[in-house]
Write a new protein. Structure first.
Length: 262
């Protein structure tokens, strides 16, 4: 009798998992056609998939899994994430690449999965202690900024995507200008003189910290640019992303729950 009960429980559990996955809808794209062309897949991936988002993760067996497990599977290069047409939530499912798929896709998705997994693992950890001086001589340290929301951007002068974000980030700084509890800090590779010359032509309203390549590489383990890191008032990393578009909604959500003005 006990064996029968265990078997029934396992069957019910499996059926429940399958039913749960089915409830999230069907793929919003023809997967078989998508994986034949790297160009088509890349356009779809950039438009529809945000691996930094909070999403419901479904594996290739239509079972719900953790976000970390989902990203680990992507890191293998054997799967692509596809958005399911659910009206209630963001849901991604893994689809195994077939033998006839474009050979470039596994290489790119493996890199994307690895980056997303690394960023995800940083979240929830304390931001490393720091003691910076910006190009204007102002001091920024862990102790001095205790209790504040910190918005870091890792960048360098010769990074076009980093520079393209300046206008929208300058608007963001202006939006929160009255919030003394939010501090915007740009960690740059470049030396002070090079930054001063460059920023005369391309203004950037973050506090710019020069010569931070070693801190970014060896302490933060950041090697993809740009990278944005949001640290909450308790010194905990809340989000690590690679675009301003992904970062800004997260900051708005965090900022709405922290109204200190000291």
């Amino acid at each position: 009798m006990k064996g029968i009960l265990i078997t029934c429980t396992l069957i019910l559990s499996t059926l429940w998992s399958l039913a749960e996955a089915k409830n999230y809808g069907n793929p919003d794209v023809d997967v078989a056609k998508l994986e034949k062309s790297f160009s088509d897949w890349w356009k779809y991936h950039n438009k529809s998939i945000r691996l930094s988002a909070d999403f419901i993760a479904i594996d290739d067996n239509e079972k719900r899994i953790s976000k970390q497990s989902f990203l680990e599977k992507l890191n293998s290069g054997d799967f692509i994430p596809v958005k399911l047409a659910s009206a209630d939530s963001v849901c991604y499912q893994l689809y195994r690449l077939e033998k006839g798929s474009d050979k470039t896709i596994p290489e790119v998705i493996k890199y994307a999965g690895a980056e997303a997994l690394k960023n995800f693992k940083m979240e929830g950890k304390a931001f490393p202690a720091f003691n910076f001086k910006d190009i204007n001589g102002a001091d920024f340290s862990t102790e001095k900024l205790k209790g504040k929301i910190l918005v870091f951007k890792c960048w360098f002068i010769a990074c076009p995507p980093c520079i393209e974000e300046f206008p929208v980030l300058n608007q963001l700084v202006e939006k929160y200008r009255g919030r003394k509890d939010i501090v915007f800090i740009g960690l740059a590779f470049d030396q002070k003189k090079a930054l001063e010359t460059f920023l005369q032509k391309k203004p950037f309203h973050y506090a710019v910290i020069p010569d931070q390549k070693q801190f970014e590489f060896n302490v933060l383990d950041v090697k993809s640019y740009p990278t944005h890191i949001i640290v909450d008032a308790n010194g905990i990393i809340r989000k690590v992303v690679n675009t301003a578009d992904e970062m800004i909604p997260v900051l708005e959500k965090i900022a709405s729950g922290n109204t200190k003005s000291n």
